[in-house]
Design a protein around this ligand. Structure first.
Ligand code: NAD
Length: 501
């Protein structure tokens, strides 16, 4: 384990070349399982953002003119390169973020799937045309790129979240600036090595490392046309407001508190493994993690013992170790914050059924470990049932009916994802109809839509209109232009236009 200070300082990638940040301070990037120093990340400033945006603007006219089929072919090549580096990418995710290698491989798989969806751009970017809106007059809507598009990513998906945006943005003919999370900047270094080999025109894709200062410079920059943000709810709201005030197109995906409703007729063994995967996978650090179980009626007694036993059987350890079911959380600061949340829940009246604050002997002292935790006697009003903890902490709330359960779910200020576990079609129909959330699972515990469908929540989980990926990506990354035309020489263009029909 290296704890020396000789780890490399990461570069930005601007205008087709690796470029040091200008006079920036740096932050240490560490492996959360061991505390080992991995690299130093620069906290870039306004001058670095200026350089990246200038490169992206300069690249725009020529990239837009590369024909759309050729742009799609570059994405096919990108896919092949990502597949070839799949294991390196997954190991990088685990090393810098902590999730298990199995989970990291799935994350890389989802990123590749985004590229696959984006290769359909020559079809999905098509406009529409209607002949003879008046005699000899046609109307057509075409789609053109928006311009320079920037994306700002959170720590919990170092690989996937940037790919919710990058392939769709450049596929539609935009140029792109990425700011990864300063906590996990290493995986995108590998991605940009791959992009470099694609020989895209310089400036089509750019990488600026850093934190808040980079975000604010992007939000205020006249040269940036669109902003995609993924992160916590308070920052998502700030980003949405500031980008909109500056006249930019913006989508800002925020935090979550996802409820999983278990009906009395749920298939309990399958439900237990689903709940565990959702609550404790990635140590609870997914925006789609289920963090509140709402048991309906007798489901509570059928579920609790088995859920607690299966949770106690989980192995906590370094995510790179195949024996680990649950890796560390992202940092020691996050670990301590999560332990404080458990203490507070107990002070508020919750009962700890499985306690992740202890029993972690034998794990590296510098590791950011907190074990899976289950709390009962939780009421919907308690902070632990309302606020995002973003750790492996599962609160169990009781309801007597589906109607009461839906009321509990809908009182949350968040509305990202939610799941129901039941074999009853009428219950599902009712749930799907009434629940206020953007993504719903039926006997699926992490109902994150695949790349070909849109991804986003409602309420404080999302600020904007167009969701991430799926058909919404093409809507977000293109501007529509409608042309009304006639030709007198055709002998048909004699119809009246803009007069009473
Ligand atoms: P975060 O909000 O702390 O940071 C996200 C990004 O914003 C980072 O790149 C960071 O550098 C930047 N940032 C942080 N504070 C800022 C500020 N004050 N001004 C401007 N920029 C700022 O989020 P995080 O801790 O990295 O990620 C976890 C959060 O992201 C959780 O709340 C999780 O639910 C959410 N998330 C949501 C989704 C979704 O699809 N809705 C997906 C993944 C993660």
């Amino acid at each position: 384990m290296s704890t020396t200070t000789d780890a490399r300082t990461l570069d930005n990638y601007v205008g087709g070349a690796w470029t040091p940040a200008q006079g920036a301070e740096t932050l240490a990037v560490t492996n959360p399982a061991t505390g080992a120093l991995l690299a130093h990340v620069p906290l870039s400033g306004g001058a670095d953002v200026d350089a990246a945006v200038a490169a992206a603007r300069a690249a725009l006219p020529a990239w837009r003119d590369v024909n759309v089929i050729e742009r799609a072919r570059r994405l096919f090549t990108l896919r092949e390169q990502l597949v070839a580096r799949r294991e390196d990418l997954a190991r990088s995710v685990t090393t810098e973020m902590g999730k298990t290698l199995v989970d990291a491989r799935a994350e890389v798989g989802r990123a590749i799937e985004m590229v696959e969806a984006a290769t359909a751009i020559p079809t999905t970017m098509q406009g529409r045309i209607l002949e003879d809106i008046s005699r000899g007059i046609d109307a057509e809507t075409i789609r053109q790129p928006v311009g320079v598009c920037a994306a700002i990513a959170p720590f919990n998906f170092p690989m996937m979240v940037p790919f919710w945006f990058l392939p769709f943005a450049i596929g539609c003919g935009n140029t792109f600036v990425l700011k990864p999370s300063e906590q996990v900047p290493l995986t995108q270094q590998i991605v940009f090595e791959i992009l470099h080999e694609l020989e895209l025109p310089p400036g089509v894709v750019n990488l600026v490392n850093g934190g808040r200062e980079v975000v604010e410079a992007l939000l205020d920059h006249d040269g940036v046309d669109a902003i995609s943000f993924v992160g916590s709810a308070p920052v998502a709201k700030l980003v949405y407001e500031r980008a909109a005030r500056n006249g930019k197109r913006v989508q800002a995906l925020g935090g979550a508190k996802n409820h999983m409703v278990v009906m009395p007729d749920a298939v309990i063994d399958k439900t237990v493994s689903g709940l565990i995967g959702s609550a404790f996978g990635a140590a609870g650090q997914r925006c789609m993690a289920g963090s509140v179980v709402v048991t309906v009626g007798e489901a509570h007694d059928r579920l609790l013992e088995r859920l607690a036993a299966a949770t106690r059987a989980l192995t906590v350890g370094d995510g790179i170790d195949a024996a680990s079911d649950v890796g560390p959380v992202v940092s020691c600061a996050a670990r301590d914050r999560i332990a404080d949340w458990i203490d507070r829940a107990v002070a508020d009246g919750a009962t700890v059924v499985v306690d992740g604050r202890g029993g972690l002997d034998g794990l590296p002292a510098g590791g950011a470990f907190v074990g899976p935790t289950i709390l009962t006697d939780v009421t919907p009003e308690m902070a632990i049932a309302q606020e995002e903890v973003f750790g492996p902490v599962l609160a169990i709330v009781r309801a007597q009916s589906l109607e009461e359960a839906i009321g509990i779910v809908n009182r949350s200020r968040f509305g990202n994802g939610t799941s129901i576990f039941t074999e009853s079609a009428p219950a599902v129909r009712r749930y799907r109809h009434d629940v206020q959330a953007g993504m719903i699972g039926v006997n699926i515990s992490v109902a994150a839509p695949v790349a070909f469908f849109p991804f986003s929540g409602w309420k404080d989980s999302f600020f904007g209109d167009l969701h991430a990926h799926g058909p919404d990506a093409v809507e977000f990354y293109t501007r529509k232009k409608t042309v009304t035309s006639r030709y007198f020489g055709s002998g048909q263009g004699t119809g009246a236009y803009f007069v009473e029909q």
